[in-house]
Ligand binder design. Sequence first.
Ligand code: SF4
Length: 336
Amino acid sequence: MNAHPMSTSAPTLVRPPLVAVEKLRVDMPLGRSGSNVNIVDDVDFTIGVGERMALVGESGSGKSMTARALMQLDRIARVSGRIDFDGADLLKLSEREMRKLRGSSIAMVFQDPMSFLNPLMTIGEQVAETLRIRGVGKAEARKRALSVLDELGVDRAAERIDAYPHEFSGGMRQRVVLAMALVGEPRLLIADEPTTALDVRVQDQVLDLLDEVSTRRGLAVLLITHDLGVVAGFADRVMVMYSGRIVEDGEVGDVFARPRHPYTQGLIKAVPRIDQDLAALYAIPGAPPPPMNRPSGCTFHPRCDQRVQCCALELPATLQVGRTRVACHLHDAKGI
Ligand code: SF4
């Protein structure tokens, strides 16, 4: 896959919104204590029809919880705000209505295909199952499963449709999982670290495939990753998440050419380069705070080498700066 140019690109096509998220907040109950811990707070974003959006950040930043909130996968999570999908507010739908939407309009693929696949069912049965539970007849579901396995480049799909997951390589299993997600013809695919468990060569193949399929089908993709190399090669826009909030978002070319938030700058600086000595690899000092123990003010301040006086006291607002949105006091009047 070709890397995205690291210079400022032409503005991305303005697309009609498919997803519009406003003031999303996710809290999880803390054991049996009766109290909650905040995982995601005040998150706003849109994804256009056919657009590829990346959500990046270190582990524990709230990326996966944001995606799971879109699908409403965690029954115990307390989710508030607004999630519009194609004109409907998903937070107002019943579980029955959400079940209909999952797989047909919005689908998700996860990091580890083996934990997602049932070892006792053939891959054909598993791909067809998405359609069978929607009332599609057995023969038709098998025909469509075969067609999508073929589309996704599963070798000799007609012969191997009756094989079991253990008979496939890691890369082929990820294609099968993608087939399960795509057979219902969703309009949005959420891909949560889909290539993390794969080696680099297979990783590139899976991303190329996702690139081809999303272009051909006009499919919007929300790609969750901690890997900025993957973002550069795949996405139109990127949101950087830290400690449950979006700290910077914009078009990939703009954010890579001129990262404005110190956390984004650190993430980009930490990407290894081919010409770099291993000993010279940069890492952002410290670690993200646990959600139950977030620092006051800007939650990045204990790790930030550019902090100013107000950083430990006040949470920065999100402001439009050039073509990106940034939440950092260096870009508001308080930081001057
Ligand atoms: Fe650093 Fe302050 Fe900006 Fe936070 S608000 S990223 S601490 S400069």
